[in-house]
Design a protein around this ligand. Sequence first.
Ligand code: SF4
Length: 350
Amino acid sequence: MQMIIPIFIMHRGCPHRCIFCNVRKTAGNQPEKISEEAFRETVNKYLESAKVTPHRIQIAFYGGNFTGMGKGEQIELLKFAGPFIKKGLVNGIRISTRPDCLDAECLDMLKSFHVTTVEIGAQSLADDVLVLANRGHTSADVADSMKMLKQQGFETGMHLMVGLPGDTRASFEHTVEKTIALQPNSVRIHPTLVLEDTDLAKAYLNGTYTPLSFAETIEICKFAVRRFDEASIPVIRLGLHTTREMEEPGSILAGHHHPAFRSLVEESLYYDMASSLLDSERVRNKAVTFVLSPKDVSSFRGQKNRNLHRIKKHFDLAEIKLSVEPHRSRRSLRVIVHDKVLKPDFSDNI
Ligand code: SF4
């Protein structure tokens, strides 16, 4: 388990506002200025809260454009982390930033202050979508920044959004494939939300932006998870973390937010896997045992056992049992029908 201690810099370093962005909602109402005392307090609070010892602890500067800030401001914040790193309490620093705000000099500086991971806010790799989102950078900027980061030995992450204005299933698939070609160490994906006080909210209210349906959102996310699984690129976050501010009435005008969004996507993936296996052998009206990894049980069951009920009903099964194999790889499934193992096992990773 790794621990990431987020410190939010609240739009600092952003050259302008992207149409979907309201950090006051997504990060919560954090202070504009980060004092060393507040920084220390936050980090200590996280360190004290750890129930098990994480294998890696990083301080992360999120919620703005870290390398878009003045050099002095960046150094001031990075120095706050110094004592924690020196004492071995924290292993390093991660930042998130825009792809058009990195150069060799800035990467040298980051490295000298123990920044080990840089997450690039790409959102899309379709240039027309980037223009409509008012990102102010191109997909080539993303590719260049990723190349530079890799050459310098940084661990990399990419953020992607589903359902931006002008994005289609085809253009998002293109974004996923281009992302895989860039080989980040991890990705984060979240559906576009229409947050109050954004240009996207204006577009939604005047009818020029229509969010994807819930089903479309889940289908597109499933595609992305499958492809990143196949490419062995971990999706470390699916859906936005919920803040108190997002839950205030009127904060989210439209879009699909769910505190357990990842489970919804995974639940649907398991439904597809189970259906494919049962369909291929025309299993109906039987008692069936699914063999799976213990880590997959709750996603397989779905919220309130919804998946089990759906599968049972759709295939008219007499009974469903789950059996776990501790060493079974995740997202792989075996079906046993009345003691007979259906072949082959279904693996979503092949
Ligand atoms: S999405 Fe990122 S770059 Fe755009 S305004 Fe928000 S914090 Fe700044």
